[in-house]
Design a protein around this ligand. Structure first.
Ligand code: IMP
Ligand code: MG
Length: 180
């Protein structure tokens, strides 16, 4: 049993929200569903660094079908457009044309990151693109981004652990903790 104690990351207190066992069972179920949907499609998984690295490693090992995985980092900068931040994908060397792509993301919050990334992927004309996100915050969503595979839909409160950080720390915590 995981400890039920609160933890401190930087200056904030976080309380237990999803324990490691619950996350693991949910990921097994997602992997089973994805394996069924993508049998014979040899999908290419694209995990978004840094946050999705633990989710991606755990989900990918549970897949029972032939599949490839690659990693991208999205660098944010303030562009010249009034829309504000644009995120550019770095590190994707695979050709996506006619591939079935599944994006692996730690959390879809406002959806801005995914919205930008989906637009960049579309330029390469993949056969299909779906999103698998460990967490979604439906109340925070401001973009028309639809997540096909959701681990847990959670309230609009900041969380850390299982790959997610608070200002660089907390990624190595096995469970997910919610800000107090
Ligand atoms: P979005 O562009 O608002 O959807 O934000 C997505 C990114 O913000 C995620 O990939 C995370 O890196 C980060 N993020 C959003 N919410 C949280 C949170 O509650 N904890 C940690 N990181 C978060
Ligand atoms: Mg992230």
């Amino acid at each position: 049993m995981e400890s039920l104690a609160s933890i401190k990351v930087h200056d904030r207190i976080f309380i237990p929200y999803l324990d490691a066992g619950r996350i693991s069972s949910r990921i097994k179920a997602l992997a089973l569903e994805i394996s069924g949907d993508y049998r014979d499609k040899q999908p290419l998984f694209i995990a978004i660094l840094n946050g999705a690295f633990i989710f991606a490693a755990d989900l990918f090992r549970e897949l029972t079908i032939p599949a490839e995985i690659s990693f991208v980092k999205l660098s944010s900068y303030h562009g010249i457009h009034s829309s504000g931040k644009t995120r550019v994908a770095i590190g994707l060397s695979e050709r996506l044309k006619d591939r079935h792509v599944v994006i692996l993301e730690d959390i879809v919050d406002t959806g801005n990151t995914m919205h930008d990334f989906l637009a960049q992927l579309a330029e390469q004309e993949p056969a299909s693109v779906q999103i698998a996100a460990l967490l979604t915050k439906p109340d925070a969503l401001v973009q028309p981004v639809s997540v096909r595979y959701t681990g847990f839909a959670i309230p609009n409160k900041f969380v850390v652990g299982y790959g997610l950080d608070y200002d660089g720390l907390g990624r190595n915590i096995p469970g997910i903790y919610q800000v107090q």
